[in-house]
Design a protein around this ligand. Structure first.
Ligand SMILES: *Cc1c(COP(=O)(O)O)cnc(C)c1O
Length: 353
């Protein structure tokens, strides 16, 4: 059935074991398997969970609930909504946090459920997404958290290269280690998990530059697409094509490449920038912006190029290739494309072992 996304489980497994081996060599003692781009796909998450990760981490509680029979402890990556604290305590072992108000609500929920909920307190080292801004005073907040009976502070973490595009460097991550020492010495507590970021920290690992003391990473994109995310470089000995999209041709015709008549807006309210290349052999595929934005796709066949899309139609230039109606065209995808395709209910999932 088409369109479909073909998920190659053995390539994914190979990526996971390769990257976990790299982590282990550089002092990463626990690595979180980040599954948010799987949009709750149980089969893929279950396989990846057998590769050696310490925890399974997702940004949405709905996905963690779907994964509740996977035996790894669960981590909520996105800061909890105050309105979901009961579910967070019920279904997650650890959540990442930066707001004392939410942490107090989590504490109340944990006490009601007779549980102790673990948290990692996030510090913003300059990327300006979530976390306690590191230049501001934090000891008083940590002291209050430490007194909550239903909460156990198990570590601190940071997130880089998400909003601001800040690249992890030894000096940035040393700030996190300085915070750890300051908390441990001032409050006489120990912080077992020091979480030094996501797939953008892989380059530091490869170059043996990850500061000693960073003992956790939370990895998603590097596993699924075989690339680090600080510079977008492929990771040695990993696959970038574990996910392939396949769509079916519903029209093949030779037509002018430049529209005829007076030009206004297209179906998405944009004025298209179209180059006149004369007559062109074009195909329409049954795949559209409702499934994936075309900029996120790359045809596997080098003779083909994408020229545009509307909600449900993808138009390609067939060049000198020989495709007919009913043939299937395959594409590799980038991370935003993967998110969109896994989320679209119109795209079937097929598994290759
Ligand atoms: C998504 C996310 C990750 C994983 O990021 P990748 O770049 O996919 O490895 C790690 N931590 C947090 C908080 C996230 O939201």
């Amino acid at each position: 059935m088409f369109p479909c996304i073909e998920i190659n489980l053995s390539k994914l497994k190979h990526n996971a074991t390769t990257i976990l081996a790299l982590c282990e060599k550089q002092g990463i003692s626990s690595c979180f398997l980040v599954t948010k781009m799987l949009a709750g796909d149980l089969k893929t998450a279950s396989m990846l969970a057998t590769c050696g990760f310490s925890h399974l981490a997702d940004s949405r509680i709905e996905n963690l609930i779907k994964f509740k029979n996977i035996s790894l402890p669960k981590v909520l990556l996105r800061l909890p909504m105050p309105s979901e604290v009961n579910k967070v305590v019920k279904y997650c072992d650890i959540s990442l946090n930066s707001e004392l108000l939410t942490i107090i609500k989590l504490n109340d929920a944990a006490l009601r459920q007779n549980k102790v909920h673990q948290i990692i307190y996030m510090f913003d080292l300059g990327d300006l997404r979530e976390g306690h801004f590191y230049q501001n005073e934090y000891l008083e907040t940590i002291r209050i958290i430490n007194q909550l009976v239903g909460i156990k502070l198990v570590g601190i973490g940071t997130n880089l290269t998400c909003y601001g595009g800040v690249i992890p460097t030894p000096s940035i991550l040393n700030e996190l280690l300085a915070i750890k020492r300051n908390i441990e010495n001032s409050l006489n507590i120990s912080l077992p998990i020091i979480s030094g970021g996501n797939s953008s920290s892989i380059t530091l690992l490869e170059n043996h530059q990850l500061p000693k003391g960073i003992n956790n990473l939370r990895l998603g994109e590097s596993l699924v697409l075989g690339r680090e995310t600080a510079f977008g470089k492929p990771i040695a000995n990993t696959f970038s094509d574990s996910f392939i999209v396949k769509a079916e041709i519903i029209e093949v015709k030779t037509k002018p490449s430049y529209p005829l008549g007076v030009l206004g807006m297209n179906s998405f309210g944009e004025k298209p920038d179209i180059i006149d290349k004369g007559l062109m052999k074009r195909a329409i595929l049954a795949l559209g912006k409702q499934d994936v934005l075309p900029d996120n796709l790359k045809p596997l066949d080098p003779l083909i190029s994408i020229i545009g899309a509307s909600s449900d139609h993808l138009i390609v230039d067939l060049g000198l290739s020989k495709y007919e109606v009913g043939d299937i065209i395959s594409f590799t995808i980038n991370y935003p494309g993967l998110l969109q395709l896994m989320t679209s209910k119109y795209v079937k999932k097929e598994y290759v072992m």
